[in-house]
Design a protein around this ligand. Structure first.
Ligand code: C5P
Length: 225
């Protein structure tokens, strides 16, 4: 029996994967996996429990027991940890940096593998992450690697923060983006890189409509829709 369809969308933070994957899932009626949120919640839970972000054994135990769920609501998908809504708390720059620290640890990645694979079900899944096409779903029928220049991603992040009425320092955000990229691209396990059979899209000069149209074209061709 063939497995449910998976559209794997990988790439660095801020390339537009979140918006793209939400649109693809909604257009195709597929479910959605935001794998970054899982790493963010683990780092958040670890901090709350007073664990060091390099304490691999304790982090693995936390990964095995943490009560994480996604709750789709009208204003977006809320992330719950033990029933508490942690959606905003896990979206800070610091939470992203902490997530990328725990994500460097091989045993932690392994401990979270099955939790991610369990999202695969009919009629299909759109999976957003760094290693969806390379490690978690190597047999995904569609693989897209969405890239964008760090400067473009930093500008987008500044606009997002300003739109939310928050202060944003472009220089600092660019520095944090480059540091996180370095950690994600150079780690030993599941480094951020396009799968050999991925289509690379660069969104530096493309709006979300164009990226979505191109991704839908690729998905339709590969899935025979
Ligand atoms: O995508 P997001 O910015 O929420 O991811 C936060 C961090 O989690 C990333 O910088 C990366 O280090 C890690 N991550 C990962 N593998 C994934 C998704 C996220 O290592 N599949």
């Amino acid at each position: 029996m063939s497995k449910a369809a998976v559209i794997a969308v990988d790439g660095p933070g801020g390339a537009g994967k979140g918006e793209l994957t939400r649109r693809l899932a909604s257009e195709l009626g597929f479910s959605l996996l935001d794998s970054g949120a899982i790493y963010r919640v683990l780092a958040y839970a670890a901090r709350k429990a007073g664990l060091a972000l390099f304490d691999e054994d304790s982090l693995c135990q936390e990964a095995a027991v943490m009560d994480l769920s996604f709750d789709p609501r009208e204003d977006g998908v809320h992330v719950l940890l033990g029933g508490d809504d942690v959606s905003s708390a896990i979206r800070t720059e610091e939470a992203g940096a902490n997530a990328s620290k725990v994500a460097q640890l091989p045993a932690v990645r392994k401990a979270l593998l099955q939790r991610q694979r369990d999202f695969r079900k009919e009629p299909g899944l759109v999976a957003d992450g760094r290693d969806m096409g390379t490690v978690v779903f190597p047999d995904a029928q569609v693989k897209i690697f969405l890239d964008a220049a760090p400067e473009v991603r930093a500008r987008r992040r500044v606009s997002q923060l300003e739109a939310a009425g928050k202060q944003a320092d472009y220089g600092l955000i660019l520095k944090e983006i480059k540091e996180r990229d370095d950690r994600d691209r150079n780690r030993i396990v599941a480094p951020l890189k396009p799968a050999a059979d991925a289509v690379v899209l660069d969104s530096s000069d493309l709006g979300i409509e164009e990226v979505f149209a191109k991704a839908m074209e690729i998905a339709r061709a590969r899935l025979g829709l």
